[in-house]
Ligand binder design. Structure first.
Ligand SMILES: *Cc1c(COP(=O)(O)O)cnc(C)c1O
Length: 335
């Protein structure tokens, strides 16, 4: 595989830092915890979608698009990073935002990522939950095409084989960093949602034959469905890269025990993880993804799932802007 064969806009701040979390490691009594700071990709408070958008937006530009459309939940980090990327390129951006939580408060509906979407000049429209959002988006795109626009549509989370190339690239970057520091990595853990992050990582790791287990902590779908989604996207991504078949079904592992009551609804373990990272390490997680991913990491460490001598890399996928849409989850602090 050779990523330079694919169009790409180098807009992210890369490589992202790889840092040791001493106080969290001590608090949990080992294993050694490191963090890969993909919350620091640079664009409008950063996050994992920026790596995907480097490839997606290059394709949009190559196709002469004047506007991009994408979709996500109300507090979608993906929507915000797409709006920011489009602004930077002087392209239009239209967002379909799905109400997956039923939260009515003003911060949830208009602050956090939504405020940033609007600041970046994106236009938005809302949808009730439960619709086929990619179909809704295609219908809106068709309407725009009929009025003469050149529209590029990006699926939810930027998760298609083009977007997943961003996380193949992240796997290459992480292994190169670890090699340069003689840092043996025993496990990688991260939050998994629309599947592009885990699919790209697993393709990159397998193509390098790195032999490092990867664990996705789910935020929405049940385990079997999540693993199947990741596996399907890993296969098509590997084909795109000319290394079809490098990923086997059992290379794809998700743990969905930390979803709580549903997508976008923080569980007590999510809030605990957010507080631990912010108070021990001054790192901001989010209530929808990275907080649940970290809750899984913390609980599995407490249950002895990893050996004390292991070195774990937690991939921080970003999302802190959503904190400002979720002030009601921190009423105990606010009083
Ligand atoms: C989108 C997102 C994820 C999940 O990544 P996928 O590629 O959709 O699986 C994790 N963390 C944050 C903060 C995200 O915005």
């Amino acid at each position: 595989m050779h990523l330079a064969r694919f169009p790409r806009l180098h807009l992210a701040h890369l490589p992202t830092p790889l840092e040791k979390l001493d106080r969290l490691t001590r608090e949990l009594g080992g294993p050694e915890i490191w963090i890969k700071r993909d919350d620091c990709t640079g664009l409008s408070t950063g996050g994992n979608k920026t790596r995907k958008l480097e490839f997606l937006m290059a394709e949009a530009q190559q196709q002469g698009a004047d506007i991009v459309i994408t979709q996500g939940a109300t507090q979608s980090n993906h929507a915000r990073q797409t709006a920011a990327f489009a602004a930077k390129l002087g392209m239009g951006c239209h967002l379909l935002l799905e109400d997956r939580t039923g939260y009515e408060d003003r911060n949830y509906r208009f602050s956090g990522n939504v405020l940033l979407d609007l600041l970046h000049g994106a236009t938005t429209e809302r949808r009730e939950s439960g619709l086929d959002m990619n179909a809704e988006m295609e219908a809106v795109a068709d309407g725009m095409r009929a009025s003469g626009k050149n529209v590029y549509t990006i699926p939810g989370g930027g998760s298609n084989p083009t977007g997943a190339l961003g996380y193949v690239n992240c796997a290459l970057e992480l292994i190169a960093q670890a090699n340069a520091q003689s840092l043996r990595i025993d496990h990688i853990v991260h939050a998994t949602g629309s599947a592009g992050t885990q699919a790209g990582l697993v393709v990159g790791l397998k193509a390098m034959n790195a032999n490092i287990p990867l664990l996705g902590i789910g935020v929405r779908a049940p385990k079997e469905a999540q693993e199947n989604n990741v596996y399907a996207l890993a296969q098509t991504t590997a084909e795109k890269l000319g290394c079809a078949g490098v990923v086997r079904r059992d290379d794809v592992v998700a743990n969905t025990d930390y979803v709580g009551e549903g997508y976008g609804l923080p569980a007590p373990s999510t809030i605990e993880a957010i507080k631990m990272f912010s108070q021990l390490e001054s790192i901001l997680l989010d209530p929808v993804y990275s907080g649940k991913g970290a809750a899984g990491l913390i609980d599995l460490i407490r249950k002895g799932r990893f050996s004390k001598n292991d070195r774990i890399v937690f991939l921080h996928t970003g999302g802190s802007a959503a904190l400002f849409g979720y002030t009601q989850a921190f009423d105990d602090l606010i009083g």
